[in-house]
Each structure stands twice: as C-alpha cells, then as structure tokens.
Design a protein around this ligand. Structure first.
Ligand code: NAD
Ligand code: TYD
Length: 362
C-alpha cells in the first residue's frame, strides 16, 4: 500500500491510469494534480472514490513539495504534458514550459521531499513517448531502449529533454526513477484532436477525414489499458534507473487504421438502426460508405514516417505483453465513443473549435 501522486490525471492516459489503479489497487491513496488545460477534464474522473483532485500546475514546485509531504506520497506517476505534435508546430514554447520546466519542477520537489533528511522509499515514474527516437525507414529495426535519441518535432524534443532530466536526477542525486517510452495510445477519454477520436467523430457527422500526405505513415497502436498495465509492471517490477519501451504489437499505416475505422462505423450502423437517427449526417446513415469521407490534405511539416517498438526488454523483465489486438481494442473504443456522446460533446468547446480552425484552415 502506498499513496500515489498522478500528474496530468485528468487527461486521456492519466485518467485511464487512475481508473485502472483504483480498480486494481484499491488500498492505495491517489492524489491527482492537473492544471486543467484544454486537454484536462475533471469529468474523466467521474464515478471514482478514494481520490483527491488538486487543481494546480506541476511548475508550482512548492505546491508539489507540500502535496508530497501532506499526503505521504511514495510514488509519482508523471503524465502531465502538452501532448499533441500539431499544436507543438503552431506553438512550441508551451511544450518547453510544461514538458521541460514542469518536469524539472517535479524532480526538484521530489528530491527535496524524498532525498533530504532521513530519506524515504520512493519511485518517480516518467511517462514518455517512442517519438524521442525519431523516425524509421521501412526496413529499419524497431526502436529499442538503446536506440539513440533523435527527436524531430518540438513535442518530441521537449519530451526527450524531460527524459534526460529524469535520467540525470537518478545518476546525480540518486532519485529512484523509471521511464517508459510508449507508442500511439487510443481508447476512452482521448481528446478528439488525435487521429482515432477525431476521425470517429468526423465520420459520425459526415465531415471530411483529413489524411496528412499520402497516409502511409506507420504507427504502433497501443490500447490505453494495455499501456496502464505496462506502467503498473514498471512500478511493480521495473529496475530503478531503467527505461522500458511499451508497445501494442500493432504496427499499421494510417490508411489501414482509417479503413478499419470506416468499416467498423459502417458495421455499427448496419447492426443498430438507432444510430442513423442519432447521427443523420453520417454517410452510413444514408447507406453510403464512411470511407467516402477520406480527404488527402497537406502533410504535417517534419512528419515522422514510421515508429515501431521493440518490446523485448519489457516482455523479458516485466512480463508485459499487450492483451488486445488492434481490432479488439478498436471495437471497444468505437463502442465507448458511441455510448459516451455526452462526454465528447462537452469537451468540444470553444477552444477546440478554435484549434480546428487554426490547424485545418486551407
Ligand atoms: P493529454 O494531453 O490528454 O493530457 C495531458 C494532461 O496534463 C491534461 O489533463 C492537462 O490538463 C495536464 N497538464 C498539462 N500541463 C500541465 C501542467 N503544467 N500542470 C499540471 N497538469 C498539466 O495527454 P495524454 O495523451 O494523456 O498523454 C499523457 C502522457 O503520455 C504525456 O506525457 C505524453 O507525452 C505521453 N504519451 C502520450 C501518447 C499518446 O498517444 N497520447 C503516446 C506516448 C506518450
Ligand atoms: P496523432 O494522433 O496526432 O499522433 P502522433 O502524431 O503523435 O503520431 O497522429 C497519428 C498519425 O495520424 C500521424 O501519422 C499523423 C496522422 N494524422 C492525420 O493524417 N490526420 C489528422 O488529422 C491527424 C490528427 C493525424
């Protein structure tokens, strides 16, 4: 039994992690620290008991230090970040402020709370991305933990910087850290700026599906609950000072993901006549294929071509393996978005519409 501080716990992966942890470790106390940026939504934590939500910024070092002391926190799981590559192209500074300065602030607070005085048993788990490794050619081996860092976007550069800080706080100050670098997550509560929820919601409204470039960029897709299981394995079995790559075993070109999504939407409408009444503008409501919404648009600047995860180390040391195929995980995700229309209507507020106007302006 321990008490956890989960940063960014009102965002997509953080909220899924809090739900997961409460289900599997109900004796642990959980404090969520989240600044509630456009991506944070307290409703993502609805229905949970045994958690305390703190509206605050990870850059507020004094606040973090006080939370660690007041709540007897022994574990930090650090998700809070600016997380969207396209936004990092439009406004890189926020990514340095949150991902680099914010992580520095957390490390500073953790060091003060845990390493001064008598010392405490503790763990700082840092959640990072496979994007720090850069981009792969079609025949290159997948990213392993020893692949040299080569970040290409302001987002991945800021995450790489934060990974280096975490590593340094271990080597220099003895902070007990682990880091995980994972692939593209999908699942419940994902903000509809990322590929899968954006395309699902556009498909339901009969809006174009904007495919960057030729759509042949390759990503590994990881269901968010499998990611949570991977982080749990890092916390329980990971060796201090080590990094672990966590993947979904589903390396797919975007066009295949999009075609899978379109076919699943068509099948859902065919199976449930009520969907046509709820979403009358969907092509599927008019007997047309959803794939007719595919629209090729200008490529993202600096768009990484391929990411792939070699998870040999996580399998061998942590016993980690994804529990779902992409088809299973995607079917669950579609079901969740159809069942939770109220959630995604509520998050698509004014700031979201401003973002769509900026990013997809022609
Ligand atoms: P998200 O954008 O959905 O959520 C981020 C959360 O952090 C939000 O709740 C936001 O309010 C909060 N936050 C932002 N700045 C903050 C600050 N200064 N102080 C406190 N809270 C702040 O992101 P996500 O997709 O859930 O990603 C979580 C983590 O996982 C990030 O570190 C991201 O880099 C990493 N990651 C994500 C993916 C993915 O596919 N989504 C893949 C690999 C790694
Ligand atoms: P995204 O979900 O933004 O994740 P990341 O950039 O971190 O991989 O994008 C996943 C892939 O989908 C990526 O290759 C970019 C592409 N994409 C589009 O083609 N159109 C879109 O509107 C979006 C958001 C992404």
């Amino acid at each position: 039994m321990t008490n956890l501080l989960v940063t960014g716990g009102a965002g997509f992966i953080g909220a899924n992690f809090v739900h997961y942890w409460r289900r599997h470790h109900p004796a642990d106390g959980v404090v969520v620290l989240d600044a509630l940026t456009y991506a944070g939504n307290p409703a993502n934590l609805d229905g949970l008991t045994g958690i305390e939500f703190v509206h605050g910024d990870i850059r507020d070092t004094a606040l973090v230090e006080k939370l660690l002391a007041d709540h007897g926190i022994g574990t930090i799981v650090h998700f809070a970040a600016e997380s969207h590559v396209d936004r990092s192209i439009h406004g890189p500074a926020a990514f340095v402020d949150t991902n680099v300065i914010g992580t520095l602030s957390l490390l500073t607070a953790a060091r003060a709370a845990w390493l001064t005085g008598p010392g405490h048993a503790h763990r700082f788990h840092h959640v990072s991305t496979d994007e720090v490794y850069g981009t792969l050619g079609p025949n290159d081996p997948a990213f392993s933990e020893t692949t040299p860092y080569a970040p290409n976007s302001p987002y991945s550069a800021s995450k790489a910087a934060s990974d280096h800080l975490v590593r340094a706080w271990h080597h220099t100050f003895g902070l007990q850290v682990t880091t995980s670098n994972c692939s593209n997550n999908y699942g419940p509560y994902q903000f509809p700026e990322k590929l899968i929820p954006l395309f699902l919601i556009n498909a339901l409204h009969g809006r174009p599906l904007p495919i960057y470039g030729d759509g042949m960029q390759v990503r590994d897709w990881l269901h968010v609950e499998d990611h949570c299981r991977g982080i749990e394995a890092c916390l329980l079995k990971g060796r201090v000072g080590e990094t672990y790559n966590i993947g979904g075993g589903a390396e797919l070109p975007n066009l295949i993901v999009i075609e899978t999504l379109c076919a699943a939407v068509d099948a859902a409408f065919a199976a449930d006549s009520g969907l046509a009444a709820r979403f009358p503008d969907a092509p599927a409501a008019k007997g047309q294929p959803t794939v007719s919404l595919k629209t090729f648009v200008t490529d993202r600047p600096g768009h990484d071509r391929r990411y792939a995860i070699d998870e040999t180390k996580a399998r061998a040391e942590l016993g980690y393996a994804p529990a779902r195929t992409f088809e299973q995980g995607f079917a669950e995700t579609l079901h969740w978005y159809l069942a939770n229309e109220g959630w995604w209507h509520a998050v698509m507020d004014g700031s979201y519409r401003d973002w769509v106007a900026t990013n997809y302006a022609v």
